[in-house]
Design a protein around this ligand. Sequence first.
Ligand code: SF4
Ligand code: SF4
Length: 427
Amino acid sequence: MHTAKERLLTTLGVRPVAIWGARMTGIGFRRLATQNGINAVAFIDSDPCLNGKEIGGLSIYAPAQLPLLRKQHPGLLVVIAVSIKEDEIVELLQRGGLTPADYLRYSEYCQSFYTIDVVGSCNLKCPSCVHSLDTTGIPKGLMSIEDFQAVTAKMMTDIGLVSHICLYSWGEPFLHPKLDQIIEHVHRIGVATAVSTNLSVISSDQIEKVVKAAPEYLKISLSGYYPDAYNSTHAGGDVNLVKSNLYKLRHFINKHKAPIFVEVNYHLYNNNAGPDLKKMQDLCAELGFSLATVYANVTPVERLIDYCEGKRDPVITELSKLLLVNIDQGLEVTRAYRHLPCRFLTNQININWDRTIPLCCVCFYRGDTILSQDYLKDSLDVILKNKENHRLCARCRKHGIPPYLLGVNQKGWEAIAKDYERTHHRH
Ligand code: SF4
Ligand code: SF4
């Protein structure tokens, strides 16, 4: 029987490949392609902030440039390498006249993309996030290096085709004193890695150690340039510390010649889309970092279900005053995508710091949403079986929460946000 990797390499053959998805999944695929002599000729990504940029010497093109790429590279195969938004891309490709012979879904070969939440807590309390709520019943801690090695060893055996691992879910990975060793271990097993951080961390030494370990993708989430805006939505963080750390990051990257793709993930609210955004864009341009905007939403699934079922928490009431796209609008603008499979469920396996396996990366509380008490003890089949027909999924899907959290139909979100700004500027 052929392994998933053998099947993938056979399908790719000698065709030129365009990788659709220039973030972690695409970067991981690129690493695999390089290791196996695959002819990757371009990245494609629909996020305008990435167009014209390069990752590891490979240019990122807009979807509108695909016909030109196909002309330049006869037989071009589009590899859809994203972890959750693949259905929207397939629709787009089909509308452009491509047939299944012209593209492949990388997820069909990998089976699952893995996230290991190496830290079980965060130093901030953003109102949009579960850490603003009472989470005292949830165990907190750090994954040990020994556990990390055992977990990744099982993962490689379970799947056989792992090209990247994300080292974050609900936790702040920079709080792990051995994050550098964790990243180095991922590289030793031939896999790329992604880290997401609020970068509101005091230790320069930790930043330098992580830079030296060189995760392929480093995301910095923030929500403003000046303290007024930032503090209202990244509660407990210090944006001046973050900004000084952005400078340090550039300094350490240069010092160690570290090949890290750095992206600032700018959460858009109605109080930070003007001068704050402009200043942060300028800072990122100066430092050579990418900046992507994303409309802030609300997590986790359990809180959204409560909201949809009429239970309002005071944090949401306050936060709603700052959202450019409120929860109801977000649920409505993604309504047309409710029939699609939930890719948080089908494409991902998340492993908590204590080796438990949650149903998905957007639910938080424990109980029957823990599919396995110990990833090392349960087979992948058992874990996948426990995902089936889950009670929480039925409630979540009933309210249309998966496409809202996936953030599909970004054009629709943009129209609502523009409308908000128009209306509020009139007064
Ligand atoms: S959104 Fe990120 S930085 Fe903010 S509390 Fe949650 S995990 Fe921490
Ligand atoms: S349906 Fe909801 S609860 Fe179930 S996996 Fe998807 S996002 Fe998570």
